[in-house]
Design a protein around this ligand. Structure first.
Ligand code: SF4
Length: 102
């Protein structure tokens, strides 16, 4: 089994973790356009998830989004991921869309 190496990143005191996010200028990947189709959402979120997996501030970003019940894709998680982890937004889009489709 290959060893998994974790990357530890300390945000200097007084610095906002958001300054270190690798998603700057990529808002289109993290928030849906109006009337986004489910397949397009899956593709967009896969790209966002990939970018988050390389981000040095994924942990504080995820904690922030969970704690503030944010919409959009944050810290490697979609709204549905946060909902399943117990951090529900007012109307989780993925869950609601799937519930309506069945
Ligand atoms: S974890 Fe993802 S959403 Fe958060 S700052 Fe990094 S790239 Fe942006």
């Amino acid at each position: 089994m290959a060893a998994v190496e974790s990357i530890r990143f300390e945000v200097p005191i007084g610095h906002d973790w958001r300054e270190h996010g690798v998603c700057k200028g990529r808002t289109n990947l993290f928030f849906p356009p109006r009337a986004e189709r489910p397949q397009a959402r899956m593709r967009r979120e896969a790209q966002a998830r990939l970018l988050c997996s390389t981000c040095p501030v994924q942990a504080p970003c995820q904690e922030f989004a969970r704690g503030n019940h944010e919409y959009g894709f944050w810290g490697g998680e979609s709204e549905e991921d946060r909902h399943l982890a117990g951090y529900t937004v007012a109307a989780p889009i993925g869950v609601r869309a799937r519930a309506g489709a069945s």
